[in-house]
Design a protein around this ligand. Sequence first.
Ligand code: ZN
Length: 487
Amino acid sequence: MSLISKDFRSNQHQSHQKGYVRLRWALLVIVFAGIGAVVANTNNVNDAANETGLIANSSTARISTAMLSTELHTKTAPAFKSVTTSADDLARESFTLSLPELQAQQKIIDEANRLSSKKWREFTVKSGDNLARLFKRASIKAQQLDELMKSGDEVKTLTRIFPKDTIRVLSDDNGKLQALRYDIDQKSYLMVEREQGVLVAKTYNHEIETRHTHASGTIDSSLSHAAEKAGISQNIFMELANIFGWDIDFALDIRKGDSFTVLYEELFRNGEKISDGKILAADFINDGKIYRTVRYTNPQTNSSEYYTPDGKSMRKAFIRSPVHFSRISSGFNLKRKHPILLNKRPHRGVDYAAKSGTPIYAAGDGKVIFKGKKGGYGKVMILQHGTKYTTLYAHLKTYNRKLKKGSKVKQGQTIAYVGKTGLATGPHLHYEFRVNGTHRNPLTVKLPISSPVPPRYMADFELSTTPLFSQLDLLVRSQQVAMADNI
Ligand SMILES: [Zn+2]
């Protein structure tokens, strides 16, 4: 018990890590001694093997337990005398052990098991599981759950556990919880430890390394096929579509021969890739037109956005009300009684009363995805903006004749005129705003911001984005050379 309770008591992240490292060192050395099979099925050993990067980096790691320094003599393996060598050095050592030495080591393994793996047990959350059930399986007293839940705010994460999550517990023979570890996600974990008799919960972050990578693709059959061929994940692909979605319709505008190049981050933990990070910069050539974007973090607000090379936002803005109206005759109300039908019908938009023939403007840059009659709505036009937003305009008198399904529109462009077609008591515009297909109140919905890089940060913007653009240029050029070679 002493090794673990001592090592896990420390408060700070660093010393906590070190304690954990020390325990792993002890087990790691046992494995390297050539008889690791006995303990190889314990989780700590698996961790030790997985996280050798962490161990190798810790030059201060020593086996501090008395048992290892006294019972394992120097003649067996020099590495045991002072374990300040790297894990690589250890791995290169070969050990030939006599029977008494083997027995001595078996004792150490038994001791290590008693200290760690027999007590630290791993449980996988099952469907319909909760902590109470898990504690029962672990033979931990039910009252311990109350104490655990009082161990700090951090522990609330345990109320949202999911099947296949892993929870490790350390308990004593009386069913008293000594420590608990839960991997919250790939970046952080919860550690609850008993400190001077009281359970204390803390969240720790793993050290995550960010690396830059890139991918290029040319569309031959479909965009998703090209993305797959380029080796980019679904997430990066979706993110690309979101960023360029204001300019390019990824469902309809994509042409054979279109190409893309993307620079993005990959996140690593202990040398293993855990996920993709952010897109840093990207090019998309659609129907011969080049669209380019870069990610930039505003030094003042610390918020990151995607911009064009000249500092304009990739996201386009909306105007709140797409018509000059005299009054709002009916607001957004999901429980409204319909004025003509007199039954309860939700009003999923806003009615702007205005004179017949008043021009209606496109609320934002986008594209006409519907133009025609729709029952009680009369003449309707629907615009798509980016990948997330659509706006609907109903009871129209007439449309802008130049616009048809598929036409691109600019914010503020006249798209139609106020009328009272369909079920309407008087001339008005019925306006709807949808985010990912869900109706939102057009008067209160949070509209995407679209501010350019502030003038005073333009110099910083140029300084930080120029290297990304140079890299992108290089990649695009080599992509074009590769394409030319294929023809
Ligand atoms: Zn209405």
